[in-house]
Ligand binder design. Structure first.
Ligand SMILES: [Zn+2]
Length: 331
C-alpha cells in the first residue's frame, strides 16, 4: 500500500499494507488515536485504496477511481459522522449508513463507509451499528475513527480490527508539516511540534488557524500563575480554555517546555535552546521554584496530558489542572 507521505506510524502501515497488498481488507477497521494523529487522513487513504482500479501498489493515485476519491466525489466512498463531541453521532446517521452500505457499489469492488468520530456515538447508535457489523454486506468496508476504543461497546471493538495511531518523531513531523505548510516559519514549526507533541494534524491546524500563536501568548502567563501567591490568576486563565480543548493541549505542551527550561536554568544552562517558548518566564521560575517543585510540575503536566488522552470529563480536567499544578508548585 502507498501512504502518500502519511508520517510515522510504522506498525499501522505494516498491518494495512498486509491487508491491502494481500487483497483481504477486513469488513471493519477501527482507527484509534488522539486528535491530530491522522485518523481521517488515513481513513480516506484506505478508502481510496479499496476503490482503486489501478495496477500495482494501491492507491495508485492515477486511475479514474483515485482521482474521484481525491476530489471527494467517488460514488462508492461514503463519509459521515459526528463532530467528535459526546453524543453528537446519532442513530439516524447509522440508519442512513445502513441504507447506503447495502447498495451494491457502482464502480468498484468495495463500498467504503467512513464513520468519523465514533467516540461520539450514542449507545442507541452503537447498537444499531453493531447489527450491521454482525452481518455486513460482502462488498462493504467500514472504517471507524475514534479517540479511544474503550469509548465503544466491547461488542463493536471485537468486530473491528483496531489500528492504533500516535504521535510521530520530531523529524517525521517536521517533514510532514513542511510539505503541508511550505511557507511556515522554521522556528515556529519546531516549537509547534514540541508544543503539540508530534501530532501532525494539531501542528498544522495550530499554525494555520492561530491556536499556536495563542499558546505562545498564554503559556508564560499560565506558568507564572502556577507559582503566584494566590490561585485567582490561574483560575481566570483556565476559564479561557473552557471552549477550546486544542488550546488546552497546546498550553500543556507549552508548560512542559517552560518547566523543562526552568530546570535547565537551575542547572546553569545558558539559554534553553531554540525550542524555548518563554525563556524569561523559565528563568524567573528557576529563581522562585525549587528543583523538586519543577520536577513535580513536569510530572503533573505529563499526568494531565495522559488524562486528556484518556478523554476524561473536560470540566473535571480543568479543575484538576488548577489544583494539581498549584499543589505541585507547593502553593
Ligand atoms: Zn488508483
Amino acid at each position: 500500500m502507498r501512504f502518500d507521505g502519511f508520517a510515522g506510524n510504522r506498525e499501522a502501515k505494516r498491518l494495512l499494507s498486509a491487508f491491502v497488498d494481500g487483497g483481504r481488507l477486513p469488513h471493519a477497521l477501527l482507527l484509534e488515536g488522539p486528535a491530530g494523529s491522522g485518523r481521517r487522513t488515513l481513513a480516506r487513504l484506505i478508502a481510496k485504496a479499496a476503490v482503486c482500479t489501478g495496477a500495482g501498489e494501491k492507491p495508485c493515485g492515477r486511475c479514474a477511481a483515485c482521482i474521484k476519491a481525491t476530489g471527494g466525489n467517488h460514488p462508492d466512498i461514503v463519509e459521515t459522522g459526528g463532530d467528535g463531541a459526546a453524543r453528537s453521532f446519532h442513530i439516524e446517521t447509522v440508519r442512513d449508513i445502513r441504507d447506503k452500505a447495502y447498495i451494491l457499489p457502482n464502480e468498484s469492488p468495495r463500498r467504503a463507509v467512513i464513520l468519523a468520530g465514533a467516540q461520539g456515538m450514542t449507545e442507541q447508535a452503537q447498537n444499531a451499528l453493531l447489527k450491521i457489523l454482525e452481518e455486513p454486506p460482502a462488498h462493504a468496508l467500514f472504517i471507524l475513527t475514534c479517540e479511544n476504543r474503550a469509548q465503544l461497546l466491547s461488542t463493536i471493538q471485537s468486530r473491528t480490527v483496531c489500528i492504533p495511531l500516535g504521535p510521530v518523531s520530531p523529524e517525521e513531523a517536521e517533514e510532514a508539516v513542511r510539505r503541508l505548510l511550505p511557507d511556515a516559519d522554521e522556528t515556529a514549526v519546531r516549537q509547534a511540534i514540541a508544543v503539540f507533541g508530534g501530532l501532525v494534524g494539531q501542528v498544522v491546524q495550530g499554525l494555520s488557524e492561530g491556536t499556536f500563536q495563542k499558546v505562545i501568548q498564554l503559556t508564560p502567563a499560565f506558568a507564572e500563575a502556577v507559582a503566584a501567591p494566590d490561585e485567582l490568576a490561574l483560575l481566570r486563565l483556565t476559564a479561557t480554555l473552557e471552549k477550546d480543548k486544542d488550546l488546552a493541549d497546546g498550553v500543556l505542551g507549552g508548560l512542559a517546555l517552560v518547566f523543562r527550561d526552568a530546570i535547565a536554568f537551575r542547572f546553569g544552562a545558558q539559554g534553553a535552546g531554540s525550542l524555548s517558548v518563554a525563556p524569561e518566564t523559565a528563568e524567573k521560575l528557576a529563581r522562585t521554584l525549587t528543583r523538586a517543585q519543577l520536577l513535580a510540575l513536569i510530572r503533573t503536566v505529563e499526568g494531565l496530558q495522559a488524562d486528556r488522552r484518556r478523554n476524561i470529563n473536560y470540566t473535571l480536567f480543568l479543575t484538576l489542572l488548577c489544583s494539581r499544578l498549584r499543589s505541585a508548585a507547593g502553593r
